[in-house]
Design a protein around this ligand. Structure first.
Ligand SMILES: C[S@@+](CC[C@H](N)C(=O)[O-])C[C@H]1O[C@@H](n2cnc3c(N)ncnc32)[C@H](O)[C@@H]1O
Length: 216
């Protein structure tokens, strides 16, 4: 299904999504991986975020997973054009069931991020859990995705949701709760906050033990 959606979209994806996939660059700016650390993007699409991450963190080792061969073809072309072939390793796989060691030769990642992909993955909780289970000790997972537009006008919410439905995108009303639940199940530290008056959620989970977390 993702290949069908993106067969043509992938050619205009980066230019069109720039205006409404908000919060991606702030997520990347906050990643701050350790020197020589590993960073995985789940649902990496055209590679736009990984290329930006590679430029911002020159020693980081980058990995991208996506289920769509069409998106990965564009991603590989963009990575080559950016001169980053040796630094960004892309692989095809399903976010809900992937073997990081087999695909990338890495057992755990220092940073993992999921940007506007959980809203397209039917079993998004499973994808989130799979990401958390791939964190290296002291690693951190970050998520940015559509919110419920709580503080924005109702007409905006209706228009946005109708538009997103055309692309099989479903903002997850339970996203912040799921981040908290999955983190707590593992005893990890979590934090979730809304961006742009509820337009998006930004959440992080750190693989270190703590008594709790917070929803801002
Ligand atoms: C809206 S795009 C986001 C791309 C990129 N993360 C960004 O921020 O621009 C969603 C991506 O998730 C991928 N995707 C959807 N379902 C997936 C799954 N089950 N496993 C891995 N990737 C998936 C799609 O192929 C697509 O590339």
């Amino acid at each position: 299904m993702m290949d069908r959606i993106y067969r043509h979209q992938r050619h205009i994806y980066d230019i069109t999504r720039k205006y409404y996939l908000l919060g991606r660059d702030d997520l990347i700016a906050a990643l701050d991986p350790p020197i020589g650390g590993s960073v995985l993007e789940i649902g990496c699409g055209t590679g736009r975020n990984l290329i930006r991450t590679a430029r911002l963190y020159p020693s980081a080792r980058l990995f991208g997973l996506d289920v769509s061969a069409e998106m990965l073809a564009t991603g590989r072309a963009h990575v080559a054009r950016a001169g980053l072939v040796g630094r960004i390793n892309l692989a095809r796989g399903d976010a809900t069931a992937f073997d990081a060691a087999a695909l990338f030769g890495e057992a755990g990642f220092d940073r993992i991020f999921v940007s506007y992909s959980l809203s397209m993955i039917p079993d998004w909780r499973k994808a989130l859990a799979a990401g958390l289970d791939c964190l290296a000790p002291s690693g951190r997972l970050a998520v940015v995705d559509f919110g419920q537009q709580e503080e924005l006008p109702a007409w905006f919410r209706h228009a946005l949701f109708a538009w997103l439905e055309r692309f099989h995108v479903t903002p997850r009303a339970e996203l912040s709760r799921a981040i908290a639940t999955l983190a707590l199940e593992r005893g990890f530290v979590w934090r979730v906050r809304p961006l742009y008056r509820g337009y998006a959620w930004y959440g992080t989970v750190e693989a270190r033990r703590s008594p709790g977390g917070s929803i801002a």
